[in-house]
Design a protein around this ligand. Structure first.
Ligand SMILES: [Zn+2]
Length: 152
C-alpha cells in the first residue's frame, strides 16, 4: 500500500517495478494524512490485510512548497490541506526549506497516521504493519528511505 502525492511525475507502479493491480494506492496533493487517506488506509488494513505502507513524498512537491511559503493564494479546500501540511512542518516561526520539508513531511505524515487511527496504531504495535516514509528524487531517479516509523 502506498500513500503518495497526486503529482504525475511520481508514477507509483513504474517506480516500484510492479504491474497495474499489484498495489493499493492512495493519492492526494502532498501525500497528506487526511480523513480520506486515513479511511482508505484503514480499508487496506481491514479488508485486504496489507502489512506494508509506504508514505512517498517527492522532490519539488507543489503542496509542500505552498506549505513552506509565507503567502499563497489558494482555494479554500486547498488552503486547508496546505495549512495541515504546514502545521506539521512548522516549529515556531522558522522559515521552511522546501527541499528539507519534502523529506520531513512523509515522516510526519506517518506519525500522524499512527496518532490518528487506533487501527493503524494497533497494527504497528503488534508488528502487523510496517510504515516506511520515503522521498522520491527526480534528480537521481531514486527513492530515499527515511527509516521505519514506530509508535515508540
Ligand atoms: Zn507533490
Amino acid at each position: 500500500m502506498v500513500l503518495s502525492c497526486s503529482d504525475s511525475r511520481v508514477p507509483i507502479e513504474l517506480l516500484f517495478d510492479v504491474g497495474f493491480g499489484d498495489l493499493f494506492v492512495i493519492r492526494n496533493a502532498g501525500n497528506a494524512c487526511t480523513e480520506g487517506s486515513l479511511a482508505s488506509i484503514e480499508y487496506g488494513l481491514e479488508a485486504l490485510n496489507i502489512s506494508l505502507l509506504v508514505v512517498l513524498g517527492h522532490q519539488g512537491c507543489g503542496a509542500v512548497a505552498a506549505a513552506c511559503a509565507d503567502h499563497v493564494s489558494l482555494s479554500p479546500s486547498l488552503s486547508q490541506l496546505v495549512l495541515h501540511i504546514r502545521q506539521g512542518l512548522v516549529k515556531g516561526a522558522v522559515p521552511l526549506d522546501p527541499d528539507l520539508a519534502v523529506r520531513r513531511h512523509p515522516v510526519l505524515t506517518a506519525q500522524q497516521l499512527i496518532g490518528s487511527s487506533q487501527l493503524v496504531q494497533d497494527r504497528v504495535n503488534s508488528g502487523a504493519l510496517v510504515i516506511e516514509p520515503a522521498c522520491y528524487t527526480f534528480d537521481h531517479g531514486k527513492i530515499e528511505w527515511m527509516g521505519s516509523t514506530s509508535t515508540a
